[in-house]
Design a protein around this ligand. Structure first.
Ligand SMILES: [Zn+2]
Length: 321
């Protein structure tokens, strides 16, 4: 018996061309280079199939984002401006293409899950997406990859009830904004408390709006929160809520900046925690989605901790029970 299940990783060389200013910016191409190097040396490597991302179409992205914003984003990059909306959101001439390929990497992943018999897909993309709002770039994010992916899953494959589980250290304000009135998409986020952390949203009281009340779940953790606090939140709140919701498909917004070495948050997760999270996410996929799970890379900025945590997450995910 093989110790690991097969895993599909979606990638594209152009992700490295999204230049955020030459080295000082935390969201740098080196992130993906180190993940790649780590996985090549991993016992998981023989079980990994790499697939190249396709470009998302404008119409895919317009299910959430405003068309004038997309034009502005494209024009800003092609004109050679170095940022959009805030100095945090550094871009270059190649960035628009990389953004289309990042969101396309999630759609390619869904196609593999639905049509090619893959069960576990990790879209190893950049730039990340969960802070991007309808008409605004924010927190290194330009187009909301998870939002476009959820809508694509619904429209292209008729999977109505989608859960997005986001355990990046920061609240995914853009995902919440997209789905807070929608009872068919359940956004769940475990993050550092908004009083202490960017972007300042994601209080426990934010539970959805109108027909979407009850399908937003925010679990803020205090600074310093460790593995046991994370796992308690997962058992006590996330798993029971999913049992009530009964998702047809699950998207994981996988951010690794809650690691104790990552100074983008005050959280204190260990590398080992990500292995346990991988096992728990795979168990949820087995329970509700015939084992199928799309994980999308979000944050994670301490390069060595990021690479080790991604490997550990994927090892947990692919571990045979
Ligand atoms: Zn983050």
């Amino acid at each position: 018996m093989t110790p690991y299940r097969p895993l599909t990783i979606i990638n594209h060389p152009h992700y490295l061309a999204h230049d955020t200013g030459g080295g000082d910016h935390p969201e740098c191409p080196e992130r993906l280079r180190l993940i790649d190097r780590q996985l090549k040396a991993s016992p998981l490597f023989p079980y990994i199939t790499e697939k190249i991302a396709r470009k998302a179409l404008r119409e895919d992205i317009l299910v959430y984002h405003a068309e004038p914003y997309l034009f502005r984003l494209e024009e800003t990059a092609l004109k050679g401006q170095t940022y959009i909306d805030h100095h945090d959101n550094q871009i270059c001439f190649e960035s628009y293409e990389a953004i289309l390929l990042a969101v396309g990497g999630c759609l390619t992943g869904i196609d593999w899950l639905e049509e090619q018999g893959s069960d576990l897909v990790f879209s190893c993309i950049r730039p990340p997406g969960h802070h991007a709002e309808r008409a605004m770039a924010l927190g290194f994010c330009f187009v909301n990859n998870a939002v476009v992916a959820a809508r694509y899953w619904q429209r292209r494959y008729g999977r109505r009830k989608i859960a997005v589980i986001d355990w990046d250290a920061h609240h995914g304000n853009g995902i919440q904004d997209a789905f807070e009135e929608d009872p068919d998409v359940f956004y769940i986020s475990i993050h550092e408390h908004p009083t202490f952390s960017f972007p300042g949203t994601g209080y426990a009281e934010e539970k959805g709006l109108g027909p979407g009340v009850g399908t937003t779940l925010n679990i803020p953790l205090p600074p310093g929160a460790d593995d046991s606090m994370f796992l308690r939140a997962l058992s006590k709140f996330v798993e029971p809520a999913l049992e009530l919701f009964q998702p047809e498909r699950i998207i994981v917004s996988a951010g690794f900046d809650g690691h104790v070495l990552d100074d983008m948050s005050g959280l204190s997760y260990s590398t080992e925690l990500y292995g346990v999270i991988g096992e728990r996410m795979a168990a949820l996929a087995d329970r509700y989605c015939q084992g199928k799970l799309l994980s999308i890379l979000e944050g994670g900025y301490h390069l060595e901790a990021l690479a080790a945590s991604v490997e550990r997450y994927l090892l947990g995910l692919a571990k045979c029970k």
